[in-house]
Design a protein around this ligand. Structure first.
Ligand code: PSU
Ligand code: MN
Length: 307
């Protein structure tokens, strides 16, 4: 095992400057790039997201690990490397110290990205869909490390609910147990990632980014160290038709069980299965979900910076 010389996250100068000046910064995940979206579309999506953040007057900080060094604010060529290299791994929180010591490269999950964002002093983080409790978790114990990570990171996370491949009600129960406030953006219908409404209700809706900033500030004042989760539904005209969604989802979960796939591979397998089974339609939805979350993420980061 090699020992990497540099373990502290490398924060891009542009990100440091913006944070020092109190300007809005939005952290972006990289597993969506390395394992969530197919190449070469993944790089376009990642660049578009960064461009979208800049156009809205904020600084993007895409987070990932290159040669063992955690980078908060990947440079253009670094982003390209992560997106194009099919050997890069998926790094959750527990993999970060191992990657640092061995010099590995990888895309960081929501759990790992949120951790690094918080270390760098970034308050808002945007993803497509949060991980959660997998179906059959009462047997397999497969619950994403995203949930316990968010329970101890005082940031705001914007997500289109959790991926519908998960056990959504069980995930909502765990979010409650972990003390993570869930705010529906202009809705009390919890989103199902590919579909605007998962069929499950949540208690609180917010209507403006400033309200999210107010909840975060209140949580800070109260000394509550859990993340605030903003559940932002994909616009209905961009969702996967719910009947198509339900049918494909049933087949995807059956295939997962049949092939005995689990652990870190479960989420990428399901997303890919759904993509193939919908002839690529789910990919367009995934991209729309992300774009929509980035737009809200910037607005919230700006509201927090402006307080
Ligand atoms: N959302 C996507 N694509 C993804 C993921 C989320 O649109 O690939 C990733 C996130 O990085 C999330 C991870 O943290 O899936 C959850 O995987 P697991 O269940 O192994 O924790
Ligand atoms: Mn898992």
């Amino acid at each position: 095992m090699l020992i990497a010389p540099e373990v502290a996250p490398e924060v891009a100068p542009e990100v440091v400057e913006a944070l020092d000046a109190g300007r809005p910064v939005l952290a972006l995940e990289s597993t969506i790039l390395t394992h969530g979206l197919p190449r070469p579309r993944n790089l376009d999506v990642a660049r578009d997201a960064e461009g979208q953040v800049r156009a809205a007057g904020a600084v993007p900080a895409t987070i990932g690990v290159l040669d063992g060094v955690a980078r908060v604010g990947l440079a253009r060529d670094e982003l390209e490397r992560l997106a194009s290299d099919s050997e890069v791994v998926k790094l959750s929180t527990r993999d970060l110290p191992v990657a640092a010591a061995t010099g590995a490269s990888g895309g960081t999950t929501v759990a790992a990205t949120a951790h690094l964002a918080h270390r760098a002093g970034i308050r808002v983080f945007c993803t497509g869909g949060l991980g959660g409790v997998h179906r059959g978790a009462s047997e397999t114990f497969d619950e994403s490390a995203d949930l316990p990570a968010l329970a101890r990171l005082p940031i705001v996370v914007v997500s289109a609910g959790v991926k519908s491949v998960l056990d959504v009600p069980a995930t909502l129960e765990r979010l409650e147990t972990l003390g993570i406030p869930v705010l529906g953006y202009r809705t009390t219908a919890f989103p199902g990632f590919y579909v605007a409404d998962s069929g499950h209700r949540i208690t609180h809706a917010v209507h403006e980014p400033e309200q999210v900033a107010a909840v975060r500030a209140a949580a800070d004042e109260l000394g509550l160290d859990a993340a605030v989760l903003v559940a932002n539904p994909v616009p209905e005209h961009e969702q996967l038709p719910p009947d198509v969604h339900d049918d494909v989802l049933a087949r995807a979960t059956a295939a997962l069980v049949e092939r005995g796939i689990g652990g870190q591979d479960a989420t990428p397998f399901l997303l890919e299965f759904i993509r193939d089974a919908t002839g690529g339609a789910s990919l367009e939805v995934n991209v729309a979900v992300y774009r929509n979350n980035v737009a809200l993420g910037v607005a919230i980061a700006s509201a927090i910076a402006g307080r």
